[in-house]
Design a protein around this ligand. Sequence first.
Ligand code: ZN
Length: 246
Amino acid sequence: MLPRRQILVSSALGIAGAVLPMALSKGAQAAGTMENKLLESLQVCTPKDALTRLREGNARFAKAWTAAHGGASPEQRMQRLNSIWENNCQIDPLALAQGQRPFAAILSCADARVDPSWLFACGSGELFQVRSAGNTAFDEAIASLEFAVAVLGTPLVVVLGHSACGAVKAAMASEPLTPLLEGLVKPIRASLRSGDDLTQAIEGNTRYAATQLTARSAVLKDAVAAGKFTIRSASFDIGSGVVTLL
Ligand SMILES: [Zn+2]
């Protein structure tokens, strides 16, 4: 029986192989070389490099976010927010048409104010995103991250909680929920400690989700042990725009 990681990789190669012709013409070979070069331009970096890129991107975002606080008009606010893109365009549409090489994966809340690409000042193709209310490590989320790490070679996963998280508030409250929402908050409740305030509960839930990734996935655990991959937890403060590592 194949180890799970090998199955993942084999499956991905199988998908790619299915669309390759049996014999390539010279023109097709040249095009293939071009495709490889384009894909190589989407470099996968080390876990440390990936974390540095996220921190630098968030610093640009937080500066623009704060500057937009006092914007006199929607146009002025947007102009200030758009400054995060100045001199920073990693996007190559032709390369992205050939494949993806995201330098980091983010497991975040579905909250409309917590858009990872926006708050890390990243373009299309740079972040592999898994989102659900409460940034919980559900089976499907872990499986998606296994794909990012084992097949795409993503070196870093950040589990991202945020201030004023409605899912954590719902988990702390006693109001009745629908059966599906009860299922959603169940893992969050498992992370709550007696006496936690909302901020502590949000941070506790984020740390708990991060520990679940290696506790429940041999693929992720092995990748961490091999030093090819790192998991961090962090919290986003909506008011200041700052992401803080936990
Ligand atoms: Zn939330």
